[in-house]
Design a protein around this ligand. Structure first.
Ligand code: DC
Length: 353
């Protein structure tokens, strides 16, 4: 079983917090900023006289033993970090705490301490968790993984616009240098270095609006993507995909979607549900030919009482070739209509973009 986690990793100032927060709001699910936890440790130990030059793992271990970190939901459902009963809030974002959190995050005792706390959040149901190692170490089995980047200049520009996060008199150049140094520290440390998980979807947000990045991520969460190379059997004598074969493509795409959502037809049948096709609507825009590499994209566009509609779009490169809406009826072992089971509704979230 995959963990019900949307992991968003990436380097400093790549827009992770803004994006992760927006995703959580759109999906009405909790958002956990793990960078805030490293900053909270920095805030706690700084009070005990720790700075970047005198870090000692044994002393830190003792300090961690007297640390209680938790998240408290406010009235709007937003989670705020609490450190030994206090809410540090904006104090976690000062340049001093930012600078101390990076070397602290390279200390194994700190990472082990936070790893356990971070994994506990899985019991909240679907969550968005943001950091450096969520998709690689904390939840390597997360259902959704994204790796957010942006050019160094753009990240420096964004950081400079965030009041209180840079020292007085900071310039684009000095901020870019500070970010580059943190990138180097975060990605070259031996434990849980910042790196893209092999199965994470990379998103470069340079030049994109926040809403564009959010929509791109939401599209990947709701949709199943796969590729398919057109064979001879799919085409007519002219080498053009025979129109009725798109129905098979739709079927192939939605079968894979259900399988990847860990609810293959076989499992549904074991539970006593069958999903026969009851209606198909198709709109053709352009034709596909022998040997074209196609992209299939499917998502659940509607769930009713006893039926669901699955949309499939087929692309060749950027060009959309066809769009299909397939209605599946839900029937029981006696062939009578029955309610769409909750497992099915939960497996494929409906997200309007
Ligand atoms: O995302 P941020 O800037 O708030 O993170 C602060 C520091 O914490 C950053 O320098 C790297 C570290 N960090 C980490 O090592 N692993 C995480 N999952 C999150 C943050």
């Amino acid at each position: 079983m995959k963990d019900r986690v949307i992991a968003i990793d990436g380097p400093a100032a790549s827009g992770k917090s803004t994006i992760a927060n927006a995703i959580a709001e759109r999906l009405h699910i909790p958002y956990i900023n793990t960078g805030g936890m490293y900053r909270a440790v920095a805030w706690h130990v700084a009070k005990h006289g720790v700075n970047a030059d005198n870090i000692n793992e044994d002393a830190l271990r003792e300090m961690l033993a007297s640390l209680t970190l938790d998240y408290v939901a406010d009235n709007s459902g937003k989670y705020e970090i609490r450190v030994n009963g206090e809410f540090p809030g904006e104090q976690l974002r000062t340049p001093e705490i930012t600078a101390l959190s990076s070397p602290l995050s390279a200390i194994p005792a700190v990472r082990t301490y936070l790893l356990e706390r971070q994994r506990e959040f899985a019991k909240l149901g679907l969550i968005v968790m943001e950091g450096r190692d969520i998709g690689t170490v904390i939840f390597p089995n997360a259902r959704y993984k994204f790796f957010l980047t942006a050019s160094p200049e753009e990240r420096a520009r964004r950081r400079l616009c965030q009041n209180g996060e840079v020292v007085d008199g900071a310039t684009l150049e000095s901020v870019a240098k500070e970010i580059a140094q943190r990138d180097l520290q975060d990605s070259s440390r031996p434990v849980a270095p910042l790196k893209q998980a092999a199965d994470a979807i990379p998103i470069d947000s340079t030049g994109l609006e926040i809403s564009q990045v959010v929509d791109r991520i939401l599209d990947r969460i709701r949709s199943h993507y796969s590729t398919y190379r057109v064979s001879y059997g799919d085409t007519d004598q002219m080498g053009v995909v025979y129109y009725a074969n798109y129905l098979e493509f739709f079927e192939r795409s939605r079968t894979e979607m259900l399988r990847d959502a860990e609810l293959p037809y076989r499992k549904l049948e074991e539970l006593g549900y069958y999903l026969p096709v009851s209606e198909v609507n198709c709109k053709y825009f352009s034709s596909a030919r022998y040997d074209d590499l196609l992209t299939f994209k499917s998502w659940v566009s509607e769930i009713g009482n006893v039926r669901m509609v699955i949309a499939t779009e087929i692309y060749c490169g950027e060009k959309r070739l066809v769009r299909g809406l397939v209605t599946l009826a839900c029937v029981n072992t006696k062939g009578r209509p029955c309610r769409i089971p909750e497992v099915l509704a939960n497996a494929c979230p409906i997200i309007s973009l």
